[in-house]
Structure formats: C-alpha cells, structure tokens
Write a protein that binds this ligand. Sequence first.
Ligand SMILES: Nc1nc2c(ncn2[C@@H]2O[C@H](COP(=O)(O)OP(=O)(O)OP(=O)(O)O)[C@@H](O)[C@H]2O)c(=O)[nH]1
Ligand SMILES: [Mg+2]
Length: 289
Amino acid sequence: MHKAGFVNIFGKPNAGKSTLLNAIIGEKLAIISPKVQTTRHRITGVLTEPGYQIVFSDTPGIIDPKYKLHEKMMGAVKSALEDADVALLIMDAKDNLEENLELFSSLKLKVPTILVINKMDNLLQEDVDALVKKCQEWGKAKAVVPISAKQGKNVKDLMAAIVNLLPEANPFYPEDTLTDKSTRFFVAEMIREKIFQLFEEEIPYHTTVIVTQFQEKDTLTKITAEIIVTRESQKAIILGEKGKSIRELGTRARQDIEKFIERKVFLELFVKVRGKWRDNDLFLKEYGY
Ligand SMILES: Nc1nc2c(ncn2[C@@H]2O[C@H](COP(=O)(O)OP(=O)(O)OP(=O)(O)O)[C@@H](O)[C@H]2O)c(=O)[nH]1
Ligand SMILES: [Mg+2]
C-alpha cells in the first residue's frame, strides 16, 4: 500500500510555517524572518519516502487584506485550502489560544487536521502539557502535536501523525522532485529575505524582488535582480550611504544563493521605484503575484 497526498500548512503570520516546511524537507525552500508576513506565495516541498510521498505547501500567514498584494497572498491560502488532503494548523505556543482556534474554525476545513503547537522550546514542559490538553478539548483536530520547528523537536512525531492520515494513492511526482518553484524564484526570495533581515519598519513590506537575468557562465552564474520599492526615500535607504547597505545586502544574498545552487555567483542588484506596485494588477502580475 502506497500513501500520497497534499499536506498544507496554515496559520497566523510568524507562527513558524516556513520554518516547519524547511525542517520537514531538510532544505531551505522557504525564507524566514522574525517579522510577520514574510511569505507571500504558496511554496511546495515534496517529500518522498519508502511507502509514501507528501506534497507539502507553505502558505502566507492569514490576515485581513489591506491592499491588492495581500489579496493575492490570501488567494494563495485559498488555493491551498481547496486542495489539502490533510491540513496542519500551526500556532505559536505563546500566542493567544482562543484567537488561533477561532481562526482555524473559520477556515471550515472538511479534511482531517492536525493542530501543531510550535515554539514549544519557549515553554516549560508542564505548560506544554496543559496547552495540549486544552487543544484536545477543542475536539476538531485528529491530533495535537507540540513541536519546535526551529530545533526539529517532535517533528518525527508530527510526521507519524501526518502519514497516519494520508490517503492511499500513487506518488504524484518522480522521486527526485523537490519543489514546483524555479531557481529564479528562490533566488529572488533569498534576496527578499535579506531585506527582511536588514531593513526595518515599512521597507520590507514595500519591497519586492525580481530576477531579470540568470546566466550560467563557465566558472560562475551571473544573476541580475531588481529590487522594487514604492518611494525614492526607500531607494535611498536600501542603497545606503555610498552604497554601503546594498553592498551588505548583496554579499549576504550572494552567499545564500551560492549555497543553494552550489556554484559561484556574480550578483548585480538594481533598485527601482514603482509607486503603488502593491495595488497595481499589472505590476503584481509582472512581479509574479
Ligand atoms: N523559538 C522558536 N522560534 C521559532 C520556531 N519556529 C520558528 N521560529 C521563529 O519564528 C519566526 C517566524 O518564523 P517563520 O517560519 O518565518 O514564520 P511563518 O509562519 O512562515 O511567518 P509568515 O511567513 O510571516 O506567515 C522566525 O524568527 C523563526 O526563527 C521554534 O520552534 N522556536
Ligand atoms: Mg512564512
């Protein structure tokens, strides 16, 4: 008997969805930051093991849309709600339980769900146990599993609970498949991650990144990317004094990209101002949303 299915991860911003996807797949597919709303796309990661194949989807954190980019992000959540065979409902152990349960109920999922209590490393074991008990009383999840996605703690138990709920099916993808996203996508995301790490306040939220050139040369890969912002003042901040900030950004991003594609990289970054790109359908489409 072979099992296979789509297991989609849902939760509030910052719950640790992307960290969990990476922990399960064992590759850094999804970017991570301490800031909310880091993930903007649905990102799949395929896990193929003897006896089963799981297509995991990381999704953007669930929010009330404030502009069109948010609407696109919630569109990615909606598509994942529709094709899940199993849903992982993940919350930060320190976040408000009632609020999270209300959100999870509002998703009206008809498929089996697992309630995942993440960041258990921030709690004492007795508090984790009490929280698990309360979650079990909720009654809507097939299983409640406390984990630390960051430390990889209990991820094996979570996997066992998932496989238990998987439908019987043949694999969807060849066994060496890792994801459905392109290398260009991951390169743009790695640059975006560094923007989330290096810049404060509104900058990361007003920024997107597109790869405009990706050329494999003999000894290295030449990549050109554009960083799109909404205002000249943001461009000036990203560039920094005498280009200091963008150089730092470029160095950090290049190191990650080199690790990912296992080649030397020459990375060239440009900053462009596109006012209101987040509310403009044409720009959003051009930028991959
Ligand atoms: N202490 C602790 N921190 C964690 C754990 N898992 C994730 N984090 C941290 O929580 C923050 C958010 O993690 P992400 O994986 O980006 O969260 P997300 O749910 O994907 O967030 P969005 O994409 O914004 O919706 C990061 O700073 C992570 O390092 C964990 O198990 N323990
Ligand atoms: Mg994320």
